[in-house]
Design a protein around this ligand. Structure first.
Ligand code: M6R
Length: 587
């Protein structure tokens, strides 16, 4: 989490940093800060709030030839101006911005306090700058390598000092990229900050000294190393909006076109190596919405290939006793490709199997380099914190992968089905305002379903929680009566997801049990004609049907829109829900 950007050279350094931070607010938007070196002084401005507020507050700060900036998602220490980065040492000689978590910061802090060092913030990051400051006589790059040897945990560190026109950087388990051109050199936690697709990627325990003229790379022993310049494609993080609303709505509406892109790409993607693998079970691993897409992926593997498959939450996978051997296929799903829990889970899996598929939306991401086979999600850039089009593309990609493994005929058939899905999604026009208005009046809501509808309910309810802050609980319909029914009161909204024909009557019975205890029922269905008495429901969203595999995507699409609408009714910013960030790079 958190975004870092830095620049040294003859350039408008201040605005380079502001622009870079603006592009990286998906990494956190609790607070932001900038530090500029001019002559032999460091000027630092910080705000509790977003990059726009920083731009306003820092408008009169002098420009200089070295600048670093940060956008924060708080881990240690509350969200405050003081805890925002850059953080200066007690004498104001060094400034640091840091992404990651220093696990042994308390011990280091205690030792340094014993030596008379004063601390001003509650952050773990301050120990880095304090270490640099006590070893000031050393050469700066050696000093940074020395300081980092004392740290345990993850870090992308970027530091400047009063005396040198240079930036010193270090990386361990948190991404950091560098850039050099005629007039300046730069560093950032995402290459989106750079003007073209070229960049150097720092690997773990590598360091660099960045000056206007050049970048020097070092290993942990302080020896100079050579790095290859990588040529990605220019990344444009300013997608055109099809509508003037928030990114979340724009991204929901983009789903059909992204599915078309996915179909075209998957027709060409080389998955033949996968067919050669002998597989006896599959684990699909991810977090949040990516985990929910894994649930559907596992369902497709079991249903269509009759292979034992299980979805596992990445942060749990690390500690469970799953048996992974050389015939286990592990599929890691991540929109950002930077989720720390998923990366750690992969590091565990790869010790036992080489059959690793990574499904990610970001080509240059950490995870995309870790798979034996890496497949794209094809959703295009997703800016809103709530995953919408990326989730749907993940489900579709997993479906196509399963169909590819099933055989040529099935794959061709899946292309037809998926095309139909995209067309139907773009024509959906159901009015969900009455449900949004009702849900907005409550602080607890239930989503129920069976089978594939329950998997979808988990995803849809996460979306509502995330952007509306309403306590929305998803339940397997049959489980309600085993305890949760106790929470149903007069008028409690109960949303029923009903797309799988053979499960509908039982689900409706469970809903009626809740209605008898006071619940108000809202039905989202692709099978209206299967429902007995339509009068039992406050409101029905009547959706068309495609297939048992894809109907749940239609219900989820409506519920994404519902979450968006409730968020607006509550006066929230759906793109930036409180306490969250798009990319979760800490465990
Ligand atoms: O980038 P990832 O797909 O690895 O992110 C995983 C989750 O953090 C993410 O899906 C999260 O749950 C979404 N914000 C939900 O909308």
């Amino acid at each position: 989490m958190c975004g870092i950007v830095g620049i040294v050279g003859e350039y408008d350094c201040k605005n380079f940093v502001f622009d870079g931070l603006g592009k990286m607010q998906y990494r956190g938007y609790d607070s932001a800060g900038i530090c500029i070196k001019k002559d032999n002084e460091l000027s630092c401005i910080k705000v509790k709030g977003d990059v726009e507020s920083l731009r306003i507050k820092a408008k009169d700060i002098n420009n200089g030839c070295v600048a670093i900036g940060h956008t924060r998602w708080a881990t240690h220490g509350k969200v405050s101006e003081k805890n925002a980065h850059p953080i200066l040492d007690q004498n104001g000689v060094w400034a640091v911005v840091h992404n990651g978590i220093i696990e042994n910061f308390a011990q280091i802090k205690c030792d340094l306090m014993g030596q008379g060092v004063a601390f001003k913030t509650q952050t773990d990051s301050e120990v880095i700058v304090a270490l640099l400051a006590i070893n000031e006589d050393a050469e700066s790059i050696e000093n940074l390598i020395w300081a980092c040897k004392k740290l345990r945990g993850s870090y992308a560190v970027c530091t400047i000092n009063k005396k040198e026109n240079a930036i010193f950087v270090a990386k361990n388990k948190s991404p950091l990229y560098l850039y050099h051109t005629l007039d300046f050199s730069a560093v950032a936690s995402d290459p989106v900050c750079f003007p073209d697709g070229r960049y150097y990627r720092l690997e773990d325990l590598e360091f660099a000294k960045i000056t206007k003229e050049k970048i020097e790379f070092y290993n942990e022993n302080g020896e100079k190393i050579q790095k290859k310049l990588l040529q990605g494609s220019a990344i444009n993080r300013k997608p055109l909006k099809q509508c003037d609303d928030y990114f979340m709505l724009n991204e929901i509406y983009e789903t059909p076109s992204k599915i078309f892109d996915l179909i075209n790409i998957y027709k060409k993607v080389d998955m033949t190596a996968l067919k050669k693998w002998w597989i006896n079970k599959v684990k699909l691993i991810g977090c949040g919405s990516a985990y929910h897409s894994c649930l559907l992926g596992a369902h497709f593997f079991k249903k269509h290939l009759k292979i034992d498959a299980e979805a596992v939450i990445a942060s749990e996978f690390r500690y469970d006793y799953s048996i992974i051997d050389s015939s286990t296929l592990c599929i890691f799903v991540s929109q950002s490709g930077e989720t720390a829990d998923t990366i750690s889970a992969l590091e565990k899996a790869v010790k036992n199997t080489k059959k690793i598929v990574v499904l990610t939306n970001v080509k240059h991401s950490t995870l995309s380099r870790m798979g034996t086979i890496t497949l794209p999600i094809c959703a295009g850039q997703e800016i809103s914190v709530a995953s919408t089009k990326a989730y749907t593309c993940q489900v579709v990609a997993l479906f196509m992968l399963v169909m590819f493994l099933k055989g040529d005929k099935s794959f061709a058939h899946s292309i037809n089905k998926t095309t139909k899905l995209a067309k139907l999604l773009s024509s959906l026009n159901n009015d969900i305002n009455p449900i949004a208005t009702e849900i907005n009046k409550h602080e607890k809501v239930f989503y129920i379903g069976r089978g594939i509808d329950y998997m979808t309910a988990m995803e849809s309810s996460l979306k509502l929680r995330e952007v509306s802050y309403i306590n929305c609980v998803s339940m397997p319909a049959g489980e309600l009566k085993h305890g949760t029914l106790a929470l149903i009161e007069k008028n409690t909204p109960l949303v029923i997801l009903a797309s799988e024909k053979k499960l509908i009557s039982k689900t409706i019975n469970n809903a009626l049990e809740a209605k008898s205890r006071g619940a108000k029922l809202f039905l989202i269905t692709t099978q209206k004609e299967q429902i007995g008495d339509l009068n039992e429901f406050e409101y029905i969203v009547d959706l068309p049907t495609i297939s048992t595999d894809f109907d749940c995507i239609l219900t989820n699409y409506c519920l994404q829109l519902l979450a968006y609408k409730v968020s607006l009714l509550r006066g929230n910013n759906p793109d930036r829900p409180r306490n969250l960030a798009k990319s979760v790079t800490v465990e």
